[in-house]
Design a binder for this molecule. Structure first.
Ligand code: SAM
Ligand code: SF4
Length: 441
């Protein structure tokens, strides 16, 4: 029997790529198993966005070096595969397949080569206009599904490996996205998340020519679709029409993730982010003016080369001005091939640590304040899990907040995947606590 084990590192794009890779493997006659020990083929879908993510992969490969002698095969796919290419065969000679995401459409052929005994199979071509669409996707969640609408990235942020690891920007046709969304709704999925490294740069390549706001709206109008999310938006391509679509379509969630990276114009300029602080803030203003209570989240990098104390203070000041509902903060990590690699005035590691701690402390206070404002509010949640120990259900609000709640009505397993009104009774920095109300639906 042909068996495989897959481990996924990194972002939602990778998580969803793995769902498609799993589907492709199963369609090629493989059976998925739960441990690398019991698998004939071990697949690592890798991330190289920061140094640490990359190290994890080589650490994993080292752990299983000796197993290779016993006929076990290893595949490294995703961003580290694309970035390191055939060097992986030198670093980890027990690896037999190395493929980047731009080559996944060729996965069935690569598997045939592997099965024929080829121990140096590669898929590293970046020059493609194809996207990886497959009818065989094995989705991990029965209620919430990812849909990739655009792959790759044509921007050139000075710190970022994505344009080198995921290839050029290519959008799917609106027809193919709509077909997938309709099929998902028909199969009982009520929430979808549209995915792309720069999801809002979507451009329909078919004559219909839809822009992102149109696609978002149309997906939200599919019967049965209750929640539509999207990630990640680039501020430069974030239009007023996106906010208008959210205003007018209740199925579009009250949440925009809009990575700013820095509050300082000089850092933004050197990062090549293609917007100024004021231009970014104008977009925040559109979102805040919406009659919907749209939550706003972001990504920040601290310690980019040349970031001064004054630059860092500008970022802290931006946090006060925007009052984000949540954020991801990262210490700048030098990446191969990127423009920032050669920049001077590196910020020492201890200083990056100091800055990230100050930033997270400030954000924690903002989140406590913002979450507390929700005490007493009634939020609709999609029930996503159960915490047996606390006797609580785990729900997610439209604003993408976790709301843990107790439920005294009828329940059991049947609550999973349902939507319930929950009254917020307590608030912490990272989640809310509440009690379900008798459903009004
Ligand atoms: N495409 C998205 C955008 O333009 O905002 C983000 C993609 S990236 C997978 C997610 C986040 O990782 C970025 O927003 C950035 O904050 C962070 N990141 C990317 N490269 C980094 C680096 N070299 N060092 C530290 N953080 C990095
Ligand atoms: Fe990376 Fe910038 Fe492209 Fe986002 S927009 S994926 S940060 S290069």
């Amino acid at each position: 029997m042909k068996t495989f084990y897959i481990e996924t590192f990194g972002c939602q794009m990778n998580a969803h790529d793995s769902e498609k890779v799993v589907g492709t493997l199963v369609h090629s006659g493989y059976t998925q198993v739960d441990t690398p020990e019991s698998a004939g083929l071990v697949v690592y879908n890798t991330c190289s966005i920061r140094d640490k993510a990359e190290q994890k992969v080589f650490h994993r490969l080292d752990q299983f070096k000796r197993a290779a002698g016993k006929g076990k095969l290893f595949a490294v796919i995703g961003c580290v595969a694309q970035q390191e290419g055939e060097r992986i065969f030198e670093k980890a000679p027990h690896v037999s397949l190395v493929a980047g995401s731009a080559s996944y459409t060729k996965l069935p052929e690569m598997l045939v080569q592997l099965e024929a005994g080829n121990r140096r199979v590669t898929g590293l071509d970046l020059d493609t206009d194809e996207t990886f669409d497959t009818p065989f996707t094995r989705r991990d969640n029965p209620h919430r599904a990812y849909i990739t609408i655009i792959e790759g990235c044509d921007k050139a942020c000075a710190y970022c490996v994505v344009p080198f690891t995921r290839g050029p920007e290519r959008s799917r046709t609106s027809e193919s996205v709509m077909r997938e969304a309709r099929d998902l709704a028909a199969a009982g999925y009520t929430e979808v998340q549209l995915l792309g490294q720069i999801v809002n740069s979507y451009r329909d390549p078919s004559p219909a020519g839809w822009d992102f706001a149109t696609l978002l709206d149309r997906v939200g109008r599919i019967p049965g679709m209750r929640r539509v999310r999207f990630t990640t938006s680039h501020p430069r391509d974030f239009t007023k029409e996106i906010v208008q679509a959210i205003d007018e379509n209740p199925a579009l969630c009250n949440h925009v993730h809009l990575p700013v990276q820095s509050g300082s114009n000089s850092v933004l300029d050197r990062m090549r982010r293609l917007y100024t602080r004021d231009e970014y803030l104008r977009r925040i203003e559109w979102i805040k003016k919406s009659p919907r209570n749209i939550s706003i989240t972001t990504d920040i990098i601290v310690g980019f080369p040349g970031e001064t104390e004054a630059d860092f203070q500008s970022t802290l000041d931006l946090l006060d001005q925007v009052e984000y509902d949540s954020l991801f903060a990262f210490k700048y990590s030098p990446r191969p091939n990127t423009a920032a690699l050669g920049m001077e005035d590196k910020v020492p590691e201890e200083e990056k640590t100091r800055r990230i701690m100050i930033l997270l402390e400030k954000q924690r206070a903002i989140q406590i304040r913002r979450n507390s404002e929700l005490i007493g509010a009634i939020e609709e949640v999609l029930v996503e899990g159960r915490n047996q120990a606390l006797g609580q259900w785990i729900g997610r609000t439209s604003q993408n907040r976790t709301l843990n709640f107790t439920h005294s009505g009828p329940g059991g397993e049947s609550l999973m995947g349902t939507y319930l009104p929950v009254q917020v009774t307590r608030a912490g920095p990272n989640s809310l606590v509440g009690e379900s109300l008798p459903s009004v639906v």
